[in-house]
Design a protein around this ligand. Sequence first.
Ligand code: HEM
Ligand code: HEM
Length: 402
Amino acid sequence: MPLTNAEDRYGSVTKTFHWLIALLILTLIPLGLIANDMAYDTAEQLATKAWLFSLHKTLGITVFFVALARILWALTQTKPASLHPERKLETFAAETVHWLLYASLVIVPLSGWIHHAATSGFAPIWWPIGQDLPLVPKSDAVAGAFGAMHVIATNVLEASLALHVLGALKHHFIDRDSTLRRMWFGTTTATTPGGTHNMRRPAITAAVIWAVAIAFGAGLGMSGAENDGPAPTALAEVQSDWQVQNGTLSITVNQFGSDVTGSFADWTADITFDETVQNGVAGAVEATISIGSLTLGSVTDQAMGPDFFNVEEFPTASYSAEIATTTDRTTANGTLTIKDQSVPLELPFDLAIDGDTATMKATTTLDRRDFNIGDNMNDEGSLKFPVTVQIELTATRAAATN
Ligand code: HEM
Ligand code: HEM
């Protein structure tokens, strides 16, 4: 069997590429649909869903590279001509679909890959190529746009593939010509020598269809980027001796081996502190955190669920502590309450006071099991037990702000 194509036949390299990719695509579509629809209420379901997604992504990236090789190969090859060039509309439709399919082999996996690279933490790709892509920021907006684009692009692929397969079956069973046979293995040449190609019009039509689909997908992604869950509890502003001007409260969890960092957008702290106290209790802090204001990469929704923070029942967390100083350190000593669990927490921190402005920084590690978070995830491979908390804030003396 010749390796290369000719005017009236496909060579074995083209055929191998075609059927290998067909097999992968016909596996990936159900895999994507099943993984996407699968519930993840329990730890087992979540682990299965993540495994299916990892398989989907790993095979999807394989398709991307095999497809690039196939496209490069096709560029060096003659495209066998249509068997029925006189059927102008049918030939035009078949060639438009071929262009749609070729483009889908790049657009579908690439949109999925960019979506993955813009998020963090869920279902890693198994190839040892890292989880990120150059120039792709970790961003909910980028992830939303490319996630929607991936879904729309798979719809274009599915529709084109349906037409393509129906066309092939029509040729085989109704026209009884050699269209399907000449793509299968063995040396089958077309019975009628083909006509000439008009590649431009089908290629332009396919490009227009893709442009509309991509624009639609991106628009859908942007409009769906807003949070559709329940609105987080908004905390009332707090007036205190030391008024927090800005700061971040972030957490880092490790899910499926990747670190995922996120932060709470809404929290308040009522702080009293007398810096003249050298040794002993110098003040107190009462902090309240709106759990629903947390953004945690692609696992934000999951973190809010009943197995984790259970935001519906426990919309806020709190930390109530005394602040004590010794000559060499400042420490908050108190109780952290998340859900219905109150746990003692000693939090040493760095404090710098410059006139009426104080900056503080602290890092601590909590064990999620102390707060019944992810109780059903007992293995650290899915979700590690330690959670790192980082706090940074700048506060000004209330008298100074009045
Ligand atoms: C040619 C290759 C691929 C095909 C045919 C494919 C197909 C699909 C399909 C049919 C879905 C379900 C869409 C729906 O629910 O309507 C899906 C979802 C998904 N795929 Fe792919 N995919 C491919 C490559 C990839 C790659 C390379 C990645 C990531 C590295 C990826 C990541 C995803 C993700 C994250 C979803 C869920 C979408 C979301 O929730 O926004 N896919 N894919
Ligand atoms: C079971 C499913 C499939 C069947 C029965 C099938 C059948 C065929 C046949 C018979 C041809 C030759 C058409 C001709 O000679 O004019 C062909 C060509 C082609 N197929 Fe498929 N195919 C299938 C799946 C796929 C898939 C999944 C893709 C890619 C996503 C694909 C992409 C293409 C392309 C791009 C061509 C044109 C090749 C060229 O001339 O450069 N096919 N297919």
